[in-house]
Design a protein around this ligand. Structure first.
Ligand SMILES: Cc1ncc(COP(=O)(O)O)c(C=O)c1O
Length: 435
């Protein structure tokens, strides 16, 4: 594969941005090589600066549920921008997207738009603290909630330990307000609540954890969290930045039929434009300014162009059978690959939830905690990623990341892609030796 132009552009970018990128995982550090500069996308395909074509399973890390350059989204953006791009006033586009969401989601009554998933999670956390008058938050290992200070924290040893920050620049005193627990561990939750009962504002979880592999939890664990939160006046906070509008219109809350107290949204909600949101009952959301004492604001929040893009995308998601179709073609794609890898006896599996999938280089049927992932197994991913690029398949450049299928991936595209996966996996399993 020719990469001359991407290489030149990356050399230039390194003079401009830390590590040459504006978000770290884009730098290809975990798979090696030069990141590809993408100049165009259409449907499920992208083209790089050297003219190489790829079937894309990164889909901008999840937002592009309709694929690239979707007609409805594009037209909504063009029509809206022809009247200007930002006013700093209320606009009809905010009403339209807000109404579309609230009238099709059973678990939320009021919503506030922001501009990213990080902002949504940060604001939801502030709201939980402001509403309960408590400071501590429980989060889980392997769940990512954006680069919010209080949530960029990992556990020390032991179960109910207070966190230590995972990033320079986050004061330990902030991290100390965060209790980090293993996923799928009821005892750890009960112990933490016993110790810090009246100090905990919320339990934050990605109900479908998809940032450190796809760590699918049993419904029973989520239901248990719902119950302990209710019993202890703790808010249950679902971070649905990935799962919202992706697993179904009502995200994981709808899929499991569990009502969280606060939800953060991002990615799909903006149709590929920078949008996030947090939502809850009217009673809880009335604590947000200007109604209540929890301050949160944004110059470009509810931006009309972004709102119009989001509404155009979500209208498509609401069409009959949308999610069922996405899920069934994802299953076909996965089955084809697994039929081959099983016949070869490879230690390999693909975990799936709706149109999200994750490759594991192990035969564990269920992976529920990050500690179940052997970091060495990622050596297979490094080879796989490179071989897939050579065959015109683009996956996010990290084995801990999930892949996304969009409505624009046809069965034919997925068949081509599955064949490329099969060839690439044969190479990875013949080259890599893991003890
Ligand atoms: C579950 C979850 N929460 C929050 C975020 C942060 O969103 P953003 O990158 O838009 O700030 C992400 C991003 O991947 C996410 O997956």
């Amino acid at each position: 594969m020719i990469k001359v132009n991407s290489e030149k552009l990356f050399s230039k970018a390194k003079q401009l941005f830390p590590g040459g990128v504006n978000s770290p995982v884009r730098a290809f550090k975990s798979v090696g090589g030069t990141p590809l500069f993408i100049k165009k996308g259409d449907g499920c395909r992208i083209w790089d600066a050297d003219g190489n074509e790829f079937i894309d399973f990164c889909c901008s890390w999840g937002p592009l549920i309709l694929g690239h350059n979707n007609k409805q989204v594009r037209e909504a953006i063009i029509e809206t921008t022809s009247n200007g791009t930002s006013f700093g006033t209320p606009t009809v586009q905010e009403n339209e997207l807000g109404e579309l969401i609230l009238s099709n989601h059973r678990f939320v009554e009021r919503i506030r738009f922001v501009s990213s998933g990080t902002e949504a999670a940060m604001s939801a956390l502030r709201l939980a603290r402001g509403y309960t008058g408590r400071n501590k938050v429980i989060k889980f290992e392997g769940c990512y909630h954006g680069h919010v200070d209080a949530l960029l924290v990992e556990a020390g040893s032991g179960l109910a330990t207070l966190g230590t920050s995972t990033s320079a620049g986050v004061p330990e005193s902030f991290a100390q307000e965060t209790i980090v627990l293993p996923l799928n561990d009821k005892t750890a939750v009960l112990n933490a609540i016993a110790e810090y009962k009246d100090e905990i504002a919320c339990i934050a979880i990605e109900p479908i954890p998809a940032n450190n592999g796809l760590l699918i939890q049993g419904r029973e664990f989520l239901q248990f969290l719902r119950e302990v939160c209710t019993e202890n006046n703790i808010l249950l906070f679902f971070d649905e930045v990935i799962s919202g509008f992706r697993i179904g219109f009502e995200g994981a809350a709808g899929f499991y039929d569990i009502k969280p107290d606060v939800i953060a949204f991002g990615k799909v909600i903006g149709g590929g434009m920078p949008v996030g949101a947090y939502a809850s009952s009217a009673e809880v959301m009335n604590k947000v300014s200007p109604m209540g004492p929890v301050y949160q604001a944004g110059t470009l929040s509810g931006n009309p162009v972004a709102m119009a893009a989001g509404a155009a995308a979500l209208k498509e998601c609401l069409t009959d059978g949308f999610y069922e179709k996405m899920e069934s073609k994802t299953k076909l794609f996965i089955d084809k690959i697994l039929t081959h890898t099983r016949s070869k006896g490879y230690l390999f599996n693909i975990h799936q939830m709706g149109s999200i999938f994750w490759l594991t280089f192990s035969d564990q049927v269920s992976v529920r905690k990050s500690s179940q992932i052997d970091p060495e197994s990622m050596n297979y991913f490094t080879v796989l990623h490179k071989e897939l690029l050579e065959r015109g398949i683009y996956l996010g450049p990290s084995g801990f990341e999930v892949g996304f299928i969009s409505a624009a991936h046809t069965e034919n595209d997925l068949e081509l892609a599955a064949n490329a996966f099969i060839e690439s996996l044969d190479i990875a399993f013949s080259e890599v030796k893991v003890n």
